[in-house]
Design a protein. Structure first.
Length: 244
């Protein structure tokens, strides 16, 4: 399905990005895998061999974008899955925390797409997929203003980028998951097992969080020719959570 296609995946070292990279490799793509964790990048290389081009890179090192991305081959797809979640409640608001979240979740994808577009690295007909969240548009959770704001921005970015890049046939869309069982969720130590169990029970389909593979399937769809006339949109993958 992706034979001869090259897709750059950020966050390829964990969770949704890792599952997406795995799926693309199985379907014949060449994957430019971006992350900071060298061990996890090696793991991907062991899985995909020559089809994986590991790119150990801190995506908040904006001054290095031009030089680093010049080495990237022309792309048929880009998935921005890198991101962090940290609580930043109003009462204890930290500008430092806010800026840390904004840098990787919001500034990085905009700077990345801009640099790749300017460098003519996005082939005609390529597809960009940004990882938003149901917190970006549909629901609020106390303490998440910084994170949710970055995710709302991605839906806006997708609309604007879709218009700016349509003349080259480049599509830009978002996938907005509810909770997904990944390391990002494993790090939410402030929730007890009981609280997590109760939260999972709020998901109509199966009373569970999504798997990374289920989200990767939606990303794969948006990358594929099956989504050839979709751009500027957000697909929600949340087991019916926001349908309630
Ligand atoms: N899990 C969920 O419940 C959920 C729900 C909705 C939306 N999302 C969104 O989906 C995306 C993926 O989430 P996930 O659960 O797969 O997260 P994850 O397992 O914690 O993985 C996060 C990835 O981001 C990369 N990353 C973080 N900071 C980076 C930086 N400065 N430079 C380069 N890479 C960086 C990490 O790579 P290294 O450690 O190698 O740098 C890692 O591969 C995120 O944008 C998240 O907001 C997740």
């Amino acid at each position: 399905m992706f034979d001869g296609k090259t897709v750059l995946v950020t966050g390829a070292t964990s969770g949704i990005g890792f599952a997406t990279a795995q799926r693309l490799l199985v379907e014949g793509a060449r994957v430019v895998a971006v992350g900071r964790n060298a061990q996890r990048l090696d793991e991907l290389v062991r899985l995909g061999g020559d089809a994986v081009m590991p790119l150990a890179f801190d995506l908040t090192a904006f001054a290095r974008y031009q030089e680093t991305l010049a080495a990237v081959p022309a792309l048929d797809g880009l998935v921005h899955s890198a991101g962090i979640v940290e609580n930043n409640p109003l009462r204890f608001f930290s500008l430092e925390t806010h800026q840390r979240i904004v840098a990787i979740n919001q500034t990085a994808p905009l700077a990345l797409v801009a640099e790749l577009a300017r460098g003519n690295k996005l082939n005609t007909g390529s597809s960009v997929v940004l990882l938003s969240s149901i917190l970006g548009a549909h629901v609020g959770i106390k303490g998440t203003a910084s994170y949710a704001g970055t995710k709302a921005a991605l839906a806006a970015f997708a609309r604007v980028m879709a218009l700016e890049l349509a003349h080259k046939g480049i599509r830009v869309n978002c996938v907005a998951p509810g909770m997904v069982q990944t390391e990002l969720v494993d790090q939410l130590h402030q929730l007890s097992d009981e609280a997590l169990q109760a939260d999972r029970a709020r998901y109509p389909l199966g009373k569970r969080y999504a798997t990374a593979q289920e989200v990767a399937a939606a990303i794969r769809f948006l990358l594929s020719a099956d989504a050839a006339f979709m751009t500027g949109q957000t697909i929600v993958v949340d087991g019916g959570f926001t349908a309630q």
